[in-house]
Design a protein around this ligand. Structure first.
Ligand code: NAD
Length: 372
């Protein structure tokens, strides 16, 4: 079977779904790898490095691929070029790309959405979302540090002592913990909060302080580790209790998400108004609507003297390592599906069934059908 790796066509996307070092893993599994010319160039992987590792270069891969590896969801145009019965693996954004999912089903594509990988120990090497969150958390801090009109570290200079920046991280999952670690390494004083009490220890082990909010968070986590949605009044209480942390912060990094739902609004306009002028909010929940009421996805706005930045594709700004990490998760998943050079689907296997969105003309996810 031929594995095709196309160039990503979404504007601003610099990642590629397969890096040269992983070509031999696929050829050893009995697959042939065809890469579209220039597919890895924006991430720093040039065509000859793929050829050296055993891939073939083609001007287009859609007419030959039996298995297609992508980063972004395919466009309608790309779906139109796919072979019937193709196996597709990528971030398919199944809850928002309803028309594309319908078109994939109509084309009888077997489509796997990396976002839907189950959170079980066995699936950890295929956990693309966590890999990308690590990058987002790191980059959010760098953006904040370069935007802030202050230093991050404590400095003792002949021109006087500089006090360290105070960073408040809201949501200490994968992205939040990486943000805490990065901010600490830059010398900031870091505080963090998460509704899942289990996180307190992880926050403290990174040298940050866990913010003490007197909120009832017993039922905060579902059985796979995701935060559960809370009632509106919980969020209102949380806003009130967090206010003092925001007033003290120079930088706020927000990452609070609830799976499949709009991100909770945890910072109101009134709270922004109370923050010090020159402070920076980097809202990593921007794509899911934002944790700050004033966030505009993909934009930087200044309101009440506070810069509010809502980046939407940070992993693409670190394209070399983002591609390497993503490609590892995708390759681990693909080799899980392949036996003797062919795809074998075991639909009783949670790991195969979990991310499967369309198969043999049907849409398999109830939640996606609901949206349609
Ligand atoms: P996420 O991206 O869905 O959410 C980010 C964080 O926001 C979470 O920690 C969540 O608790 C927090 N949050 C939600 N509402 C909040 C609120 N109102 N206030 C403050 N914080 C709020 O989550 P994630 O980062 O992908 O992962 C969450 C956890 O799951 C992590 O602890 C991670 O270790 C675990 N995990 C396990 C696996 C696995 O076992 N395979 C894979 C990935 C993640």
């Amino acid at each position: 079977m031929i594995v095709g790796v196309p160039i990503e066509t979404v504007p601003g996307e610099r990642r590629v779904a397969l890096v040269p070092e992983l070509v031999p893993t696929l050829t050893k599994a009995g697959l042939e790898v065809v890469v579209q010319a220039d597919a890895g160039a924006a991430a720093g992987f040039l065509d000859p490095s793929y050829v050296e590792k055993g891939a073939r270069l083609e001007p287009d891969v859609f007419d030959t691929a039996d298995i297609l590896l992508k980063v972004q969801p395919p466009t309608m145009d790309e779906i139109g070029k796919m072979k019937e019965g193709l196996t597709l693996i990528g971030f398919l954004q199944p809850y928002t790309k309803a028309a594309e999912i319908t078109a994939l089903a109509a084309r009888k594509v077997t489509a796997f959405s990396m976002e839907l990988m189950p959170r079980i120990t066995r699936a950890q090497p295929m956990d693309a979302l966590s890999a990308m969150s690590t990058i987002a958390g790191y980059k959010a801090v760098l953006i904040a540090a370069s935007r802030l009109p202050r230093f991050f570290p404590l400095l003792m200079t002949a021109a006087g002592t500089i006090t360290p920046a105070r960073v408040f991280v809201l949501g200490a999952g994968v992205a939040g913990l990486q943000a805490i670690g990065t901010a600490k390494r830059l010398g900031a004083v870091v505080e963090a909060y998460d509704t899942r009490p289990a996180v307190k220890e992880q926050v403290e082990s990174l040298g940050a302080k866990f913010a003490k909010l007197e909120l009832e968070t017993k039922d905060a986590e579902d059985k796979v580790g995701y935060a559960k949605a809370q009632a509106e009044e919980f969020y209102t209480q949380q806003q009130q209790m967090m206010f003092k942390y925001l007033l003290a912060a120079d930088v706020v990094i927000t990452t609070a998400l609830v799976l499949g739902q709009r991100a909770p609004i945890l910072i109101t306009e009134e709270m922004v108004q109370g923050m010090r002028p020159g402070s920076v909010i980097v809202d990593l929940a921007a794509e899911q609507g934002g944790n700050c009421a004033l966030t505009e996805p993909g934009q930087e706005v200044v309101r009440h003297g506070v810069a509010i930045i809502g980046p939407t594709n940070l992993p693409s700004t670190v394209p070399f390592h983002a591609s390497q990490m993503y490609a590892r998760t995708v390759t681990n998943f693909l080799t899980h599906l392949v036996k003797d050079g062919r795809i074998h689907l075991d639909l009783d296997d949670e790991l195969t069934r979990g991310p499967l969105v369309t198969h043999q003309g049907a849409i398999l996810r109830e939640a996606v059908k609901g949206i349609l």
